[in-house]
Design a protein around this ligand. Structure first.
Ligand SMILES: NC(=O)c1ccc[n+]([C@@H]2O[C@H](COP(=O)([O-])OP(=O)(O)OC[C@H]3O[C@@H](n4cnc5c(N)ncnc54)[C@H](OP(=O)(O)O)[C@@H]3O)[C@@H](O)[C@H]2O)c1
Length: 213
């Protein structure tokens, strides 16, 4: 079961649609079930709660494998604010996810910037290889709790200034075996990652892995 706080919002509705089309069970947390009426029609469970009210969250998170936060308190009804929703509300939600034994995914715009087309290419590489590595670690039942992939690229000095060197840093959290992580990254690089395979036509791609327990 995937609990989506903010499932009635713009991003949350895209997410609920994508997950239900894949046949995954979804529950939406909302302050006002009327806003989720159209979702309930699609077999989505609706639960009433408010991230600012800790007591309303354990029932919503019960039985969830993943809790997604797609809420914000920048504007909207009900006297919300970044301090009460984005900060304290997310702390409440993280605590209830932890108590339910669920993974937590935070959707935010932290660090968002207007990326250039060539930066977007590196972002695509990070996203592509990260999803490979996550899939492989899951198949191997490795107990990872987080993965970040960062990329640094050097471009040619002459037009069309393609990437010549790219270095990837994989930061994995949780007691993951070093060999499993190394194998997963190599498989992504040498076999599965389409973006990597295309970029490797012009760039030497190197990587390092950092483990954080
Ligand atoms: N929209 C985008 O293109 C986009 C892109 C990247 C990132 N993001 C990020 O995604 C997140 C959601 O953005 P959005 O544009 O989808 O927002 P939105 O359409 O304004 O929806 C906000 C959601 O937050 C929920 N919410 C607000 N206060 C709440 C509270 N106290 N308790 C429980 N739920 C509460 C609302 O649920 P109810 O009203 O049903 O309670 C609603 O579903 C934000 O962090 C945003 O920065 C959005």
């Amino acid at each position: 079961m995937i609990l989506i706080a903010g499932g009635t919002g713009r991003l949350g509705r895209v997410l609920t649609g994508t997950l239900t089309r894949r046949g995954l069970p979804v529950r939406v947390l909302t302050r006002d079930p009327a806003r989720a009426a159209s979702l309930a029609g699609h077999g989505i469970e609706v639960v009433t709660g408010d991230v600012r009210d800790r007591a309303s969250l354990p029932a919503a998170a019960r039985g969830a494998d993943v809790v997604v936060s797609a809420v914000h308190g920048l504007a909207g009804p009900g006297g919300v604010s970044p301090a009460t929703v984005d900060y304290q509300g997310n702390i409440n939600l993280i605590d209830s996810a932890r108590d339910a034994g669920a993974e937590f995914v935070l959707v935010s715009v932290v660090g968002a910037a207007a990326s250039s087309p060539m930066e977007l290419v590196l972002i695509a590489l990070c996203g592509c290889t990260a999803s490979d590595v996550i899939g492989i670690l899951r198949k191997k039942r490795e107990p990872f709790t987080g993965l970040e992939v960062h990329a640094r690229g050097e471009r040619a000095t002459e037009y069309p200034t393609v990437y010549r060197e790219i270095h990837l840093t994989y930061r994995v959290r949780g007691p993951v075996s070093r060999k499993a992580m190394q194998d997963a990254v190599n498989l992504s690089k040498d076999k599965y990652c389409s973006v990597s395979a295309m970029l490797a036509k012009t760039a030497k791609i190197t990587y390092n892995i950092e483990h954080a327990e």
